[in-house]
Design a protein around this ligand. Sequence first.
Ligand SMILES: Nc1nc2c(ncn2[C@@H]2O[C@H](COP(=O)(O)OP(=O)(O)O)[C@@H](O)[C@H]2O)c(=O)[nH]1
Ligand SMILES: [Mg+2]
Length: 196
Amino acid sequence: MNIKSAVYKTSVVSGDKILNSGKPEFAFVGRSNVGKSSLINNLTNNKNLAKASSTPGKTKMINYFEINNQFMFVDLPGYGYAKVGKSQLDIWSSLIDVYLKNSNDLQTIFVLLDIRHEPSLQDRQMIEYLVYNNLPFMVIATKADKIAKSKIKSYLNIIVKTLNIREEMIIVSSSQSGLGRGKILNYIENKLDSAL
Ligand SMILES: Nc1nc2c(ncn2[C@@H]2O[C@H](COP(=O)(O)OP(=O)(O)O)[C@@H](O)[C@H]2O)c(=O)[nH]1
Ligand SMILES: [Mg+2]
């Protein structure tokens, strides 16, 4: 699939404002800083579309982008952090919850994980939630450029085991090199075809 146009539509900060886009939606979720915005920029070939920020926890909104006048990319808030005493706790934004429960046009949730890190409790809870609610998802293992090619397989094994998913559910990606871009776009194209 070719991405011919990608247009920022709107941002939503509260659950009662969730957009009813009427178009198939592909959502991106994951811990702050995992690479959601960078991936959207890479997929759309637009360096500035989703502001990639290096400050964790900065993206607290749902951002909607319309692609090819046909479907939507939805940049969900990062799981974020809450300071509890001296330690940091990952928290899910209630916005994610509201979005997942109320989006009628949701086609797939792309769950992003940093390929180098064992999935966190929040990552595991997200996958359990999606499986339990029978929501279609794919896992995207990001930042693959940061590890040696020869190590990819062993990192994937950790993700497969921790999340209890099949390896075919994971797409290895790098927004820096464009690795995985074709696979993700093919996946979206197939999904759109079968949704017709
Ligand atoms: N090396 C490398 N860095 C990445 C990649 N994707 C994102 N980053 C960096 O990781 C940081 C967080 O990325 P961002 O897209 O803002 O994450 P978000 O919070 O999930 O939207 C930024 O400094 C990005 O440049 C990648 O595939 N490779
Ligand atoms: Mg972001």
